[in-house]
Design a protein around this ligand. Structure first.
Ligand code: NAD
Length: 368
């Protein structure tokens, strides 16, 4: 039987990897490999000032190891900011497993992964993300207690996506209030890009408000499942930018607001679930201001799922999760007000508020 190996210092391109790690100021990055199960994964721990790092495990067919590393670094940094602005006692971490989630999943792979998570002794706590489910968390839980997003029968909160969708819906309504003067989404054309776990629940909220809903996805089965239940217009994934809409809700992968797409976007609000929607926040955050598009910062409005899994670390209570997630409405409005007052883009306003909390607790920690 092959022995699982953990390489904390990768042997190739050491310089460029450390460059990347230091650029975003990560604490620790762990490369894990297990030949027998085919596991190849990267666990990135960005910051543990506020508490242990928590973030989901993404299972994705990256085109290169470098792309996987970049994703892990960007996602884990985002989790630090998300936990900070949401007022949670958690740091930021994230893991990526390299592979095709529709073909490469197995009990042995997830249990081997669980052993690696366990070896970090709680510095990183995992959960679901794109390509992983609560059933996968169950396998991980056979090997470590540092896992959340567990099924209800195991004392967990189940799939966090409904709460993520609730938070996105709250953030979208706050953005509507800011732009249109009231928070009703009735009659608004909303483009939901990606109708997976979160996108499908978001469609549900939008339908209840009588929004005009456009959807797109790469998978026909996802489109079919949502179209069967809801009154939606289906748009080809490649033709998204040919359409006009009031609100763009990116609920697929990150970096969809980039040099190629930003000039094609014709909407007044961006509010979605995807992490790291701005390919380059400094560049694209400012360009959105110039284009008159209000951006509801992703890590602020997609925190419902994190609130849900964080609650599992205490005593799980779905009513409390709902109350805490609904607070995203006012938090988003506060960020818009801060941005307006300082005449800065909304992403920057959110970053400043999160960084202030991190700074103040880091000072406190240094005095201990
Ligand atoms: P998911 O895998 O269930 O759904 C994503 C969907 O997007 C899939 O159906 C996929 O086919 C589709 N997709 C991918 N690329 C696309 C493209 N170019 N065009 C159209 N569709 C595309 O994932 P999810 O759990 O719904 O998460 C969606 C996003 O929200 C991710 O970025 C995730 O990191 C983020 N997020 C999720 C949660 C959560 O609770 N699940 C929490 C916070 C953030």
């Amino acid at each position: 039987m092959a022995v699982a190996t953990q390489v904390t210092q990768p042997v190739t391109s050491t310089y460029s990897i450390f460059d990347q790690i230091s650029e975003m100021d990560h604490e620790q990055v762990v490369f894990c490999h297990d030949k027998a199960s085919g596991l190849k994964c990267i666990i990135a721990i960005h910051n543990t000032v506020l508490g242990p790092s928590l973030g989901g495990t993404r299972f994705w067919n990256y085109s290169s190891d470098d792309e996987a590393l970049k994703d892990a670094l960007r996602l884990s940094r985002g989790m630090t900011y998300k936990a900070a602005i949401t007022g949670l006692y958690l740091g930021g971490g994230k893991a990526v497993i390299i592979g095709d989630s529709r073909k490469d999943k197995s009990e042995s792979l997830f249990r081997r992964y669980g052993k690696f998570v366990n070896s970090l002794s709680g510095k990183y706590i995992t959960a679901e993300d794109v390509g992983t489910s609560k059933e996968d968390m169950e396998w991980i839980a056979r090997e470590t207690k540092y896992v959340t997003g567990l099924p209800e029968y195991m004392g967990g909160g189940g799939d966090p996506s409904p709460f993520t969708a609730l938070g996105v819906y709250m953030g979208m309504k706050a953005a509507a209030k800011q732009v249109y003067g009231n928070d009703s989404l009735s009659g608004k054309k909303v483009m939901v890009q990606g109708v997976g776990h979160v996108g499908a629940h978001l469609v549900n909220y939008l339908e209840q408000e009588d929004a005009k809903i456009l959807i797109t996805d790469l998978y026909d089965d996802r489109i079919a499942a949502v179209s069967k239940k809801h009154n939606v217009i289906v748009v080809n994934a490649d033709a998204l930018y040919d359409h006009d809409f009031d609100i763009y809700a990116p609920c697929a992968l990150g970096a969809t607001i980039n040099d190629d797409t930003i000039d094609l976007l014709r909407c007044s609000i961006i509010a979605g679930a995807a992490n790291n929607q701005l390919a380059d926040e400094k560049v694209h955050g400012q360009l959105l201001v110039e284009k008159g598009i209000l951006y509801a910062p992703d890590f602020v409005i997609n925190a419902g799922g994190l609130i849900n899994v964080a609650m599992e670390l205490q005593s799980y209570n779905s009513e409390r999760v709902t109350v805490e997630t609904e607070k995203i409405y006012h938090r988003t409005l506060e960020i818009f007000a801060h941005a307006k007052q300082k005449n800065i883009p909304t992403y920057k306003a959110a970053n400043e508020i999160a960084e202030e909390r991190l700074r103040s607790i880091a000072i406190l920690n240094s005095r201990r």
